[in-house]
Ligand binder design. Structure first.
Ligand code: G3P
Ligand code: CA
Length: 261
């Protein structure tokens, strides 16, 4: 099953914010394209609106990837949490990437999860700044439950929850024993022994070594994914290290490189 740490299996390809090299990150378009281009998983970032809705968006500021300055010129550098869902949906999240993507919106988490379920891909769901959004972790787990996405070890298991915040993840594992947990990095670094409750470690690709990956897999039955790998050399190195997954902005290209090697 997907849950076991497997030997000599090609790495899973996880589309980072969708097919985000070509398409506007964390939008429905980017996720659909990623799935059509052969991603095994899609990765997304979760934040919470002022009125408590879960949405998919990466940055703390809305400026880089939306037209917030044009729509709400009076607000100074607003975040997702400063706007209601209705106001957030007025923003264009596509045009910054290319004119032809105009009209793309910040999607509700539920819509992305439904797409992944329907298209039969697994989803890597990252809680962004959980400390700044009290209740977000529980709310996300509730949604996983509602959509029937968690049955750890079962083939219908559809999600892995991840965060840089170890404490939030430990709470999540306690709160919902069925949820698959991924630790980003982890930051601060901790010994593998203390992470037995995690199923994955998702590491910065330049800092992880083959020895560490082997130890996580063999001694602790923990899988390791690496991020964010876009070049051929990085993909080959990830394969040499026997990483279980490659988190990439270029799912189609990465698939090609994996198949060649
Ligand atoms: O999934 C790993 C990666 O997404 C973590 O960094 O900043 O892209 O969310 P970031
Ligand atoms: Ca992320």
């Amino acid at each position: 099953s997907d849950d076991a740490v497997e030997k000599n299996k090609p790495p899973r390809i996880i589309a980072h914010r969708g097919a985000s090299a070509k398409f506007p990150e964390n939008t429905m378009l980017s996720f659909r394209k990623a799935i059509n281009r052969g991603a095994d998983w899609i990765e997304m970032d979760v934040q919470r609106t002022k009125d408590g809705r879960l949405v998919v968006f990466h940055d703390w500021s809305l400026r880089r990837t939306t037209n917030v300055e044009k729509v709400y010129p009076k607000l100074k550098s607003p975040s997702v949490g400063d706007l209601s869902y209705k106001k957030l949906r007025k923003l264009d999240a596509g045009k910054w990437k290319k004119k032809r993507f105009k009209g793309a919106r910040i999607p509700p988490l539920k819509q992305v999860l439904r797409l992944g379920k329907k298209r039969d891909v697994k989803m890597l769901v990252e809680l962004k700044n959980p400390g700044r959004y009290p209740g977000m972790m529980k709310k996300t787990l509730k949604l996983f439950n509602q959509l029937n996405l968690m049955k750890r070890g079962h083939k219908h298991d559809r999600v892995q929850l991840q965060s840089f915040k170890i404490r939030t993840m430990r709470h999540a594992a306690k709160h919902s024993p069925k949820v698959e947990i991924g630790l980003l990095y982890p930051d601060p670094p901790v010994t593998l022994k203390r992470l037995r409750w995690a199923q994955n470690i998702n590491s910065y690709h330049r800092e992880v070594e083959r020895k560490y990956i082997r130890r996580a897999q063999k001694d602790y039955n923990i899988r390791v994914f690496v991020w964010t790998v876009n070049g051929n050399g990085g993909v080959k190195r990830a394969m040499r290290m026997n990483a279980n997954g490659i988190i990439t902005d270029r799912p189609k290209h990465t698939r090609k490189v994996v198949n060649r090697n």
